[in-house]
Design a protein around this ligand. Structure first.
Ligand code: COI
Length: 356
């Protein structure tokens, strides 16, 4: 199917809600822009996408995804450029990853035209919802759910793809305290750890609730066999600066999400000529480096979180306290360089930024 922005039917709101929004105090995921996009899949094909006012859905209680979780999503951000124009960061990479998630979850792949042209048309229409201040953006949430009205366990035949958007500030307002998890497991080889399936987040709620009660912000997951090789933090990929080398877990075992921010960070570090390693990394190696005074920085990367410094890592009864974030060279360099590219302040040599 080939869709151009002019094929997308657009029904606009009668009255925008924009004036009700306090842009000086935006929290993540609390308010949604005026419009949304919907495209339905039925009889083996995608129907024409429609943009319409953001609204509640009416669904049968027997709808498949309520019961069996055939649901996937993505996270993308649009930034306000120097002339107020919307700049979307690497949406094609998210589209590709969305389709990898779709295949693994037995859902139909979505054509590039619907995903990208639909996204661009939606962002253009709601461009005034993109906040302007530093560290803010319009968070874009494409997602797909199985919509058969059937509670027998089988692959669905009907699906809905939707995009909603939400003005967003920083996901974490301060450096995060991390608990290294070696009891519960997020992902095994052969599982769905590499996908953005809803279930990957649903399964993390109980362990995260437990560590929050203990005063930590997030979990660093370890492998399911030996419980010592670090994988990712629930909401982001993870990087460690040990000595003069930046290390991140490799993604070859399908247990870790191939983050678009992760990929951007790796590219920027390699261009700067820094020593970078994507490899198996154990919590013991991190603890040894900490004891030797070699654990210089640790940070998460993700669309929502961007570059999120880690304040401390707790593993069993040992808490590794990282040096003050102001002294970190790598994370601060990455945060500034990525922001300059995303907000269109420097030349985008990578073709990462897409105009709406
Ligand atoms: C994102 O970074 O976009 C995510 O999807 C992770 C999470 C905060 C929901």
């Amino acid at each position: 199917m080939s869709v151009s922005a002019t094929d997308i039917s657009i029904k606009k709101v009668e009255k925008s809600r924009l004036s009700e929004v306090d842009f000086s105090n935006i929290q993540f995921g609390k308010i949604y822009s005026d419009h949304m996009l919907i495209a339905n899949y039925e009889d083996g094909k995608w129907k024409q996408p429609e943009i319409m006012p953001f609204h509640n859905l009416t669904l049968s209680p027997a709808t498949t995804f309520f019961h069996y979780g055939q649901a996937i999503f993505e996270g993308i951000k649009a930034y306000k450029g120097p002339d107020g124009e919307p700049l979307i960061f690497r949406p094609r990479d998210n589209w590709k990853r969305f389709n990898k998630s779709a295949v693994r979850m037995a859902m139909p792949e979505i054509p590039e035209d619907i995903f990208i042209e639909g996204l661009k048309a939606l962002i253009k229409l709601d461009e005034n919802w993109i906040p302007a201040s530093e560290d803010t953006a319009l968070y874009i949430r494409p997602f797909m759910v199985a919509t058969d009205e059937f509670i027998g366990v089988k692959t669905a035949e009907k699906f809905s793809f939707m995009i909603i958007t939400s003005p967003a500030g920083p996901y974490y307002s301060k450096p995060v305290s991390i608990y290294v998890q070696d009891q519960y497991v997020r992902a095994f080889p052969g599982g769905i750890g590499f996908t953005k399936a809803a279930g990957n987040y649903g399964m993390s709620m109980y362990p995260t609730q437990e560590i929050k009660k203990m005063g930590y912000d997030q979990i660093l997951w370890t492998d399911g066999f030996e419980h010592k090789y670090v994988q990712e933090i629930g909401t982001m990929n993870v990087f460690f600066v040990i000595g003069d080398t930046v290390i991140t877990p490799d993604i070859k075992h399908d247990t870790i999400l191939a983050g678009v921010t992760r990929d951007s960070v790796l590219a920027l570090l390699r261009e700067k000529g820094m020593k970078v390693e994507e490899r198996t990394l154990s919590i013991d190696e991190i603890a040894e480096a900490y004891k030797a005074g070699q654990l210089k920085e640790a940070f998460g990367t993700g669309t929502a979180a961007s570059i999120a410094p880690i304040a401390s890592l707790t593993y069993h009864d040992v808490t590794m306290q990282l040096p003050p974030v102001e002294t970190w060279e790598t994370a601060n360099y990455l945060k500034k360089t990525l922001a300059d590219i995303r907000y269109g302040r420097v030349k985008d040599n990578h073709n990462w930024v897409v105009k709406a």
